[in-house]
Design a binder for this molecule. Structure first.
Ligand code: ZN
Length: 155
C-alpha cells in the first residue's frame, strides 16, 4: 500500500510523526496543511471535524496522512457527537489572583483514546473529576472558534 505521494505507507506515516503535531487548541493554528486543513476549516464553522479512515473507520486525531491502524490513505473527515469523558487534566495558572484554567484530555465516546485537548468549563480545580461526562461547547469570536468541554454537574 502506498500513500498519496507513492511512497510506502509506513514511511509516509513515520514522516508525519517526525514533522510535528498540529496539536494546538487555541484559535491561532501553528500550521495548516493538507492533513490539518479540514480541522481548522471546521473550527471556523464551529464544527469539530476529525479525520477518519474510510476503510477501517478508525478516528485519527491529530490528523495524519494515513491510517495508523490499516495504513490506508483513504482519509475522510467527520464530526463526532461531542460527548466525551474526562481522561485526564491539568490545572494551568493564568495570572496571579485569577482562577486557574482547567485543561482536559477529553476522550470522545466514538473510540477509546480518541483524545481532544481543550479547556474544561463548568469545573474548577477543586471540582474537576476524571471520568466525568463532558459535552462539546464553543467559545470565541475570532477567525476560529475554540472547542471547550463542559463538565456535567454531578448530584
Ligand atoms: Zn484504517
Amino acid at each position: 500500500m502506498t500513500c498519496r505521494d507513492g511512497r510506502a505507507a509506513r514511511n509516509a506515516c513515520d514522516r508525519t510523526v517526525l514533522r510535528g503535531r498540529p496539536f494546538v487548541t487555541n484559535n491561532e493554528p501553528s500550521r495548516i496543511d493538507h492533513d490539518t486543513q479540514a480541522y481548522w476549516e471546521g473550527l471556523r464553522a464551529r464544527k469539530l471535524t476529525l479525520a477518519r479512515c474510510g476503510d477501517c473507520q478508525h478516528w485519527i486525531h491529530p490528523p495524519k496522512a494515513c491510517c495508523p491502524v490499516c495504513w490506508s490513505d483513504n482519509i475522510g473527515h467527520e464530526q463526532p457527537s461531542g460527548d466525551a469523558t474526562l481522561f485526564s487534566y491539568l490545572v494551568q495558572p493564568i495570572a496571579p489572583g485569577a482562577p486557574p484554567s482547567v485543561v482536559g484530555w477529553a476522550e470522545l465516546v466514538e473510540q477509546p483514546r480518541l483524545i481532544v485537548v481543550a479547556e474544561i468549563v463548568g469545573a474548577t480545580a477543586e471540582t474537576v473529576c476524571i471520568g466525568a461526562r463532558l459535552h462539546l461547547e464553543w467559545v470565541g469570536d475570532g477567525p476560529h472558534f475554540q472547542p471547550v468541554f463542559r463538565q456535567e454537574a454531578t448530584s
